[in-house]
Write a new protein. Structure first.
Length: 198
């Protein structure tokens, strides 16, 4: 089902020149329907500014409300994002140590709890969802959510003293283009994808 987002953000999309937007964002615009098409993490989305909705073109694909928020901000970003190739954590971002705690703590335990020390299952899941292996942690994979948005998911198995642990890293370019609450929305969406996708 489509999930609605802020009316003001959709109005901003309506006010944006489609040609200019598509020149900096890897998406397309259909003039007849007034909708944008965008592929994000292997899923095709239809963005309808006038109808104030974003929907996965595959009706069976779940769409987390926070991912809708991220996609809207992604489309409204003023400048083209250039991948840096430098991985940072949320705590490396300006204001991150204060923001990403308490109610904004990223629930990476959703990921570690799902795989429960089954490293092979973690690797299989990441490979099946277009992850590219990285030489970090006990296992780590990079995901290209779009052509210029990168996140990495790291996983460590636990033992009798320490439980399994997961962590998300971000290409440092994200911190230059998005507010912390938007990055939080992205992080929740990544955790949710691991939990809800078989």
């Amino acid at each position: 089902m489509p999930v609605t987002a802020s009316s003001s953000h959709f109005q901003q999309l309506l006010d944006t020149n489609p040609q200019e937007l598509c020149s900096r964002i890897p998406c397309s615009f259909d003039k007849a329907s007034g909708t944008y098409s965008l592929n994000a993490w292997g899923v095709d989305y239809s963005i309808d500014p006038a109808g104030k909705r974003i929907a996965a073109m595959n009706p069976d694909q779940s769409l987390h409300e926070y991912f809708v928020i991220f996609l809207v901000y992604y489309l409204l970003n003023d400048t083209a994002i250039q991948i840096s190739g430098e991985w940072i954590s949320e705590k490396d971002m300006a204001g991150g140590p204060t923001f990403f705690r308490g109610p904004h703590a990223i629930p990476t335990a959703w990921i570690s709890d799902r795989f429960a020390n089954d490293l092979d299952s973690f690797k299989q899941f990441c490979t099946e969802h277009s992850g590219k292996p990285l030489d970090m942690a006990d296992a780590a994979f990079c995901f290209a959510l779009t052509s210029n948005i990168r996140v990495a998911v790291l996983y460590w198995t636990g033992d009798e003293d320490f439980p399994a642990e997961a962590k998300i890293l971000y290409d440092s370019s994200l911190a230059k283009h998005f507010a912390l609450d938007v990055i939080y929305a992205l992080a929740i969406s990544v955790c949710d994808r691991f939990v809800l996708t078989s």
